[in-house]
Design a protein around this ligand. Structure first.
Ligand code: DC
Length: 230
């Protein structure tokens, strides 16, 4: 029987990391955790409660009042992000204020410590696929398989724009591209846990490969690592 492993997926915004992570998890029967959703939920709480991000005492107090977990929708089998018992799945993805502030919130060490601890607990028994920005470098530096996903900025912006349009959001390509560029910059240049490829991560540029091709490639890697995991 194959050993349970941890699959860490990192990369820039809107590279399709979540879709890939979900597909892998479904295919091999692993749990999937979208850590970006956790940073987005904290951001929503701060915005709703007018917490000033630079006021660290207030940030620490606020974090004590936040509980995040995931529930599975019985009909669609998709994962729903819950914050303090409330379904925030849609709002954290479409609210432009969340998209505008999440990189600043996720640059705060207090917030990172709070969420990383929970993420590590979720992976304690392995058998998990987790996606984010620091999974292979900070959350699970010992993960058996680390992937770093990239795609060209224009392609990422178009994919994100299509997603937002489906969700009824009225925005432009240029706005989306600018938001992605800003988030990439802040995510890669922050002091605490900047986005970077772990030395032992495998990089996949999916600008010009389709989803099936990418999934086949990754599943091969997963099978290899499952066979060799200690
Ligand atoms: O994956 P996403 O676009 O939903 O992530 C939203 C933001 O959260 C992103 O701009 C950076 C931050 N993030 C992070 O700092 N660390 C993670 N592990 C996941 C997300």
């Amino acid at each position: 029987m194959s050993k349970k492993i941890i699959i860490a997926i990192d990369g820039f915004s809107s590279c399709g990391k979540s879709t890939i992570a979900k597909d892998i998890a479904r295919k091999i029967g692993y749990r999937y955790v979208d850590t970006g959703a956790m940073y987005r939920a904290v951001t929503l709480f701060f915005l709703n409660n007018q917490i000033e991000f630079h006021h660290l005492d207030l940030v620490n107090e606020a974090l004590k009042n936040i509980t995040i977990n995931f529930r599975i929708d019985e009909i669609t089998q998709s994962q729903i992000t819950m914050m303090n018992g409330e379904d925030v799945e849609d709002i954290i993805r479409v609210n432009p204020r969340v998209a505008g502030a999440v990189s600043d919130v996720s640059a705060l060490s207090e917030v990172r410590r709070f969420l990383v601890k929970q993420q590590q607990a979720m992976g304690f028994e392995k058998g998990i696929v987790m996606d984010g920005r620091d999974i292979g470098t900070v959350v699970f530096p010992e993960a058996e398989l680390k992937l770093f996903i990239t795609a060209e900025p224009n392609i990422r912006a178009q994919r994100r724009l299509d997603e937002l349009k489906v969700k009824g959001q009225n925005t432009t390509f240029d706005e989306v591209l600018a938001n992605l560029a800003k988030r990439d910059y802040i995510d890669s240049n922050r002091e605490d846990s900047p986005l970077r490829k772990a030395d032992d991560a495998i990089e996949i540029d999916n600008s010009f490969i389709d989803k099936e091709e990418q999934l086949d490639l990754i599943i091969k890697l997963v099978n290899e690592r499952m066979g060799t995991a200690i």
